[in-house]
Design a protein around this ligand. Structure first.
Ligand SMILES: O=P(O)(O)OC[C@H]1O[C@H](OP(=O)(O)OP(=O)(O)O)[C@H](O)[C@@H]1O
Ligand code: HPA
Ligand SMILES: [Mg+2]
Length: 188
């Protein structure tokens, strides 16, 4: 599939699945069952986090509830537009809840810092973040990320939910995209 478009496999399906299980254990240790704030509320950031969210929630040994928010800042580019747009907001009020943002990747960190500001203004009891991937540039932003699956090099990656112009999300692994695919789009 996508013959010739993937330059290299960065994380195999097995590596991703093993790390998701470790993250689930880490998350469960932070949220005691039976808290007065109710079940942990996972907020998945669409569309990129779709597979991470569904795999993580099923690996978690504690009861969780799910909400989704859709935001976009990349569109058909390999660099952030710098403008975060809400395409779909949460359905429920998160005031007084323990909220865990589930992200696929923190790259420039712009989306997450915007999300943290937006969600903390809704008065959750607690607000933490788990991301599957983080790139080095994100370290320069001031957002505190509680749990990280993998730190990866500064290359545009696709697969396991991550897209380029809406393609490649359906790959079960994460790979780097051959630059010939995005040459001329003005991105990285
Ligand atoms: O740290 P940043 O530089 O802000 O990049 C990270 C964000 O960018 C991607 O979303 P995108 O805007 O591509 O929307 P998508 O999830 O629907 O693909 C990704 O899924 C993160 O949410
Ligand atoms: O490397 C990336 N790949 C796909 N989507 C992204 N959104 C931010 N960084 C990336
Ligand atoms: Mg995208």
């Amino acid at each position: 599939m996508y013959e010739g478009d993937i330059a290299s496999v960065l994380l195999t399906e097995d590596e991703i699945q093993a790390r998701v299980k470790e993250l689930a254990v880490e998350i469960a240790s932070r949220y005691p069952v039976g808290s007065p704030q109710g079940d942990l509320l996972l907020v998945g950031v669409l569309k990129g986090a779709i597979f991470f969210m569904t795999d993580l929630s099923r690996a978690l040994p504690i009861p969780t509830q799910m909400e989704f928010m859709a935001v976009s800042s990349y569109g058909s580019s390999t660099s952030s537009s710098g403008v975060v747009r809400i395409l779909k907001d949460l359905d429920k009020d998160i005031a007084g809840r323990n909220v865990l943002i589930v992200e696929d990747i923190i790259d420039s960190g712009l989306t997450l810092s915007w999300l943290m500001r937006n969600l903390s203004s809704r008065d959750p009891a607690s607000l933490q973040v788990v991301t599957l991937l983080r790139k080095p540039d994100a370290v320069r932003t001031d957002v505190e990320v509680s749990m990280i699956g993998f730190d990866i090099p500064n290359e545009f990656v696709v697969g396991y939910g991550l897209d380029y112009a809406e393609r490649y999300r359906d790959l079960p692994y994460i790979g780097t995209l051959d630059p010939k695919v995005y040459e001329g789009d003005g991105g990285m």
